[in-house]
Design a protein around this ligand. Sequence first.
Ligand SMILES: C[S@@+](CC[C@H](N)C(=O)[O-])C[C@H]1O[C@@H](n2cnc3c(N)ncnc32)[C@H](O)[C@@H]1O
Length: 247
Amino acid sequence: MTVHGNTQQAWESASQKHIHEYNELLDEAKYARLLPLEEAVLRDIVVDADVVHPMSGHGIDDVALIHLGAGSVTGVDYSPTAASAAQRRADELGVDCRYVTATLPASGLIDNSADLVYTGKGALIWVDDLEAWLTEMRRLLRPGGHLFIYEAHPLTPLWSWDRDKVEVRSDRGYFARSHVNDSFPAGGAVEYQRTFAETIMTITGAGFEILHLEEHPEPFWRPDGMDAAAWNGQVPNAFSLLARHRG
Ligand SMILES: C[S@@+](CC[C@H](N)C(=O)[O-])C[C@H]1O[C@@H](n2cnc3c(N)ncnc32)[C@H](O)[C@@H]1O
């Protein structure tokens, strides 16, 4: 099986969780909010915006975007299980979210249909060709529209999960192109890597102007019951970025 086929299969089986935990996720979605750092950046631009969420997963953040004032959200995910569970939840809550099953970067959505592309929390690591992915996002955005990403810092895969001291894993490299995920939910799948500089230069090179860029010590996700010294403030674990389609 190809690397992509293997990753897609890992996500299809991980997405069963969205069905098994349907009711808990529905309760979570009812009162969902984005993180304070996301709300601070997006509050003014999300109002009445048509949002596209590539790699939308369980879609809880889509309901949070609606709660923050978005006009509509279109989630795109290649897992039919994830997309259908998210659609069922949105319909039950009566929020204007719709879900498309597609393998990005080919979203199948129409040109100039979005005011905001919102993504992250484990999305860009599945993108092998960031330039092609950004070209698609730029096509979807109306001129002047925004791209928001809150994502794992490129250094994050290097940190060991040692509880007592911050350590770099000897089997990972900052300049490596990929590594194999060895934790839940996508264990066995290949994650793509790019340096922070490469990420930023690719975004600006694709026709975006950066308006906000910040590195954060907290990871966007902590596996249940796990703690690691690397997540406790000494080193970066996430970044947030807001960029504008230059028109
Ligand atoms: C970590 S999860 C969800 C991230 C989501 N932004 C969230 O916060 O819930 C990543 C999702 O990306 C989807 N995905 C990965 N590669 C994809 C691709 N090439 N096209 C579409 N969906 C993809 C997976 O099916 C999975 O649901």
